[in-house]
Structures are given as structure tokens and as C-alpha cells.
Design a binder for this molecule. Structure first.
Ligand SMILES: *Cc1c(COP(=O)(O)O)cnc(C)c1O
Length: 374
């Protein structure tokens, strides 16, 4: 089976993690936490990088740190991971779902204005599969209505929008270092911000809301969302190769796109785009099956699995998640692009260890499968 993803772990990773283990600093204190945070902040040209134990908790903490009134609304795309909605729900906030753009698969910024109410307090654009959301529009709507912007750049570390890196444009921005992300710490996440006060708040909250004056004295309810020094050692080592990781993703995408040309020319599949002024890092290599083919992602994914190719579907749209149906804020919505993508979209093996020959095998398998179907 060709795996959908494999992390790229080099000798530096092994060296630093070994060093962290033998130093005895195996919990959340130790030099690698600082080195990793410093390096990640520097890479983004942002003042503060605060590591946490996963990307979901980074989002939860970001919204907690903003201290929004109960019931405040946060506008986000429906086509994203559950984590974005959980970040609201666990903070007594309400997620408001809008559709996504048919080409970038990011939040459809033309729908944001209509979703704003007096309770709206933030917008959470998600840079989808490596493509930046249309941040000029997001930021100008946010400015006009005095809203916070929280970028979820988990899938777009290193992507740029008009020369600016994803993760640097919002007030407080979150990423993940899960094994399939651009750089990994196994499990891990980060909040980036230039705001000193918010940074201090995030730092306090992730560490049980300890205060400096007296250990074990608490004025606030915190969390233990700390990253370990072992994880940070892995992450710090990964920082030495972050740009190579990004280049490799883009190279894989270029290769797939060339090989799959017979399918795009026939209009069988839609590929991800790269809008003017944007750098898509092609975090995964995704495609959407044309509805007219009379098949769907699930069927094609099954056929590919039978040929030894592992794939993953797009997210299930948040506005249709069964678990939300019992919430008082739930409303029946039709968001056709998100629904279409979740029916017809999936991604191919896109890991950093992928060889050219393997990409060719995968592309051949897909061409065969689709030619058999139509
Ligand atoms: C991976 C991911 C997350 C959360 O990551 P975890 O570290 O697994 O909690 C959040 N948002 C997006 C868009 C992601 O892809």
C-alpha cells in the first residue's frame, strides 16, 4: 500500500530528541521549547510563537485568550476540520458557517458580510490545503466591523498571500504540527501573535494559569496544553529543513499535475488552483471529480485502495455535522460548494518521502480507474 502520508524525519531530529531525552528535560521545560519557539517566530517575522500540545488546543486557547462575551459568533468556512468549531463551542461561542470558494476551496469571502450580526466578534479563515484565503477582503471586513481575525494556517505553513506569510496577518494565528503537517512534532501546535498582552495571556492559560507571584495560586481557570521539550526538539530540527519540505510539496504537485493532464483535459477532474499573488504550498495533492462522471470520491477512493493507493476524503462539511444538530444555534443550511467538495473531493499520497516513481504509479492508477468508470 502506498501511504497517503509519511513524515520526513532526518538525523538531526534523532540527534536533538536523543539529546533532550538524555538531558533529563523531558517535560515542558528545556532549551528546545525556547529554540523552537524562537525559530518559528523568526521564520514568520512575528514577535511571539507560543507552542502548545496540538493544533486543536491552539485554536481553543486563541479564542479563550480573546475573552469574548458568551454567545459571540465566529465566522468560519464549513469546509474545515472539526477543531475550528470545537474552539468556539468549548469557549461558549457560536460557530457560523459559510461556504467556500469553488477554486481555492477557502472561505468564500463574498459571503462573510451577510453572515455578520451584532454578536459577530471574529472571523476564522482557514488556508485550505496550502492555498491562502483571500485575506485582503477578510481583513477589510474585519476592520470595518471591528472583528478579530484568527488564521488557521495548519495546512499552509510557508504559503504566502501578496508576499505575506500565512499565520502573520490575523490578530492571533494557529497551526498544527501533527505528523502530516509541513513540519511535525508528532503532536503539537502553535499560536503566533504580535500582541504582547495576548501572547502573555496564551502563555499563562496553557500553563494552568499559574501566576509569577506565588506558585499554585490561581486567579483564572487554565489548561495544561504544554508542548514537551522532546516534541520541541523534533520541531526545532525540522525547522532546518522547512523550506525544503515546502519545495518538495510543490514539486510533488507539479509532477502530479503534469501526469494527470489527460484527465484535466477531458474535464474529468478539477485540481487545486493558485490565485494571482498567492503561493500555494500544495500541502496535499487534492482533486475533485466532475459530477458528470456519475461517480463520487468514495467509489474512486475504494478503487484506488484496491490498487494499493491510500487516499483521504475532504472534510465533512461542518454545517451538516450530526453532532451539531442538538445545539440551539444549529440551522439547516445549504452550502453547495462545501457539499460538492465533500462528495467529490479526495487527496492522493502527498507525503514528504514520496519518490517520483511512486507519484507515477499513483497517477497511472488514477487514470486507469477513471478510464474504467467512464
Ligand atoms: C491539522 C489541522 C488542525 C488541528 O490539528 P491537530 O494538531 O490535529 O489538533 C486544525 N486546523 C486545520 C485546518 C488542520 O488541518
Amino acid at each position: 500500500m502506498i501511504p497517503v502520508n509519511e513524515p520526513l524525519i532526518g538525523s538531526k531530529e534523532l540527534e536533538f530528541v536523543t539529546e533532550a531525552v538524555s538531558s533529563g528535560w523531558i517535560s515542558s521545560e528545556g532549551k528546545y521549547i525556547h529554540l523552537f519557539e524562537q525559530e518559528f517566530a523568526k521564520y514568520h517575522g512575528v514577535k511571539h510563537a507560543i507552542t502548545v500540545n496540538n493544533g486543536t488546543n491552539a485554536l481553543i486557547l486563541a479564542l479563550r485568550a480573546l475573552n469574548l462575551p458568551k454567545g459571540s459568533e465566529v465566522i468560519m468556512p464549513s469546509m474545515t476540520i472539526m477543531s475550528c468549531a470545537l474552539a468556539c463551542i468549548y469557549n461558549d461561542l457560536v460557530p457560523i458557517f459559510v461556504d467556500c470558494d469553488a477554486d481555492t476551496w477557502c472561505i468564500d469571502v463574498s459571503q462573510v458580510d451577510a453572515a455578520i450580526t451584532p454578536r459577530t466578534k471574529a472571523i476564522m479563515p482557514v488556508h485550505f490545503y496550502g492555498h491562502p484565503a483571500d485575506m485582503d477582503i477578510v481583513l477589510s471586513i474585519a476592520e470595518e466591523h471591528q472583528l478579530y481575525v484568527i488564521e488557521d494556517f495548519a495546512e499552509a505553513i510557508g504559503a504566502t498571500y501578496k508576499g505575506r506569510k500565512c499565520g502573520t496577518m490575523g490578530h492571533l494565528n494557529c497551526a498544527s504540527f501533527y505528523a502530516n503537517k509541513t513540519i511535525t512534532t508528532g503532536e503539537g501546535g502553535v499560536c503566533l501573535t504580535n500582541d504582547d498582552t495576548v501572547a502573555a495571556e496564551v502563555r499563562k492559560l496553557k500553563n494552568l494559569a499559574f501566576v509569577p507571584e506565588r506558585r499554585f495560586l490561581h486567579y483564572e481557570l487554565g489548561f495544561n496544553f504544554r508542548m514537551t521539550n522532546l516534541q520541541a526538539a523534533l520541531g526545532y530540527a525540522q525547522m532546518f529543513n522547512i523550506d525544503q519540505h515546502i519545495d518538495k510539496k510543490i514539486e510533488i504537485a507539479g509532477l502530479y499535475s503534469t501526469l494527470l493532464q489527460p484527465l484535466t483535459e477531458k474535464g474529468f477532474i478539477q485540481l487545486h488552483t493558485q490565485k494571482n499573488g498567492c503561493k500555494n504550498i500544495f500541502w496535499v495533492y487534492a482533486l475533485v471529480l466532475n459530477k458528470d462522471l456519475g461517480t463520487n470520491a468514495a467509489k474512486v477512493m475504494k478503487a484506488l485502495e484496491n490498487k494499493g493507493v491510500q487516499t483521504r476524503p475532504f472534510f465533512f462539511p461542518l454545517h451538516q455535522q450530526p453532532v451539531f444538530k442538538s445545539f440551539n444555534w444549529f440551522k439547516n443550511q445549504e452550502l453547495p460548494i462545501s457539499e460538492h467538495l465533500s462528495e467529490q473531493g479526495f487527496y492522493l499520497p502527498s507525503g514528504l518521502t514520496l519518490e517520483k516513481e511512486t507519484v507515477e504509479i499513483v497517477a497511472d492508477a488514477l487514470i486507469q480507474v477513471l478510464n474504467e468508470i467512464v
